[in-house]
Write a protein that binds this ligand. Structure first.
Ligand SMILES: C[S@@+](CC[C@H](N)C(=O)[O-])C[C@H]1O[C@@H](n2cnc3c(N)ncnc32)[C@H](O)[C@@H]1O
Length: 224
């Protein structure tokens, strides 16, 4: 939901309110999901659609477009990238084969529940590993909708507020949580995303594509 004090009519502002939790995903972390965790065949990728409903400036959308046949991107805030503006928790009735996102921490559970309603094939969410714990979240989400796969990054996935900084570091641990609608397992499969992904899956063109900001927002040092 839009934080109090803000409205959906935010198209003229490019610097998002802090409450929207804009922490762009390093492109390699999305490629790690696609190549190491989902590991769909090229036929499956080329016949499937994906949607990032909290897309920010498109740091996840770009890598998704490298694999999927069609990619949709929406965000509650207009970052000036031409993406549709939509509050995923309020009014978005779109569907896609895969819903894939890095949700704001505070609404990640609501995003997961809504994504599970909108996805035809599966949902993948990049979350802090500690998001897996918590009695309330277990009762409201994991007990009745257990994920199919939990994929823990061996490497850290540094995220900085407001922009992708390729040289950043972090003490926070991240994992991809994946639900496949067709597989109702009693217990999730746990796997590791192996070391070396950051180097192997970062492309030379990523700096130009993703590290430069179009908006004049400052680089804030806080790590997510
Ligand atoms: C952690 S950032 C991730 C951005 C992008 N998915 C990425 O990985 O680079 C979270 C994003 O969620 C967006 N957001 C927050 N609340 C939302 C809502 N209710 N509906 C849609 N997007 C929302 C924020 O504007 C922000 O861009």
């Amino acid at each position: 939901m839009i934080p109090s004090g803000h409205t959906a009519v935010m198209a003229s502002r490019r610097e998002p309110p802090d409450a929207l939790d804009f922490f762009p995903t390093p492109p390699w972390a999305t490629r790690a999901l696609l190549s190491h965790v989902l590991a769909l065949s090229s036929d499956e990728f080329l016949s499937s659609s994906a949607w990032d409903p909290c897309c920010g400036e498109g740091h996840m959308v770009g890598p998704l477009q490298e694999y999927f046949w069609a990619v949709e991107e929406t965000d509650v805030f207009d970052y000036g990238k031409g993406f549709a503006v939509s509050d995923f928790l309020a009014d978005d009735e779109r569907t896609a084969d895969w819903l894939i996102t890095n949700p704001p921490f505070k609404i990640a559970e609501a995003v997961a529940l809504r994504a599970l309603d909108r996805a035809k094939v599966g949902v993948a969410m990049l979350v802090r590993s500690v998001w897996l714990e918590g009695t309330g979240r277990y009762e409201r989400l994991f007990r009745d909708r257990p994920p199919t796969t939990i994929a823990q990054f061996c490497e850290r996935v540094p995220m900085t507020k407001g922009r992708w900084d390729p040289d950043a570091s972090t003490a926070t641990s991240y994992a991809w949580i994946v639900w496949r609608m067709t597989e109702q397992l009693a217990a999730p499969t746990f796997t590791w995303i192996p070391p070396g992904c950051r180097r192997a899956l970062t492309r030379p063109t990523d700096i130009v594509r993703f590290a430069a900001r179009s908006a004049a927002a400052p680089l804030l040092p806080a790590a997510k």
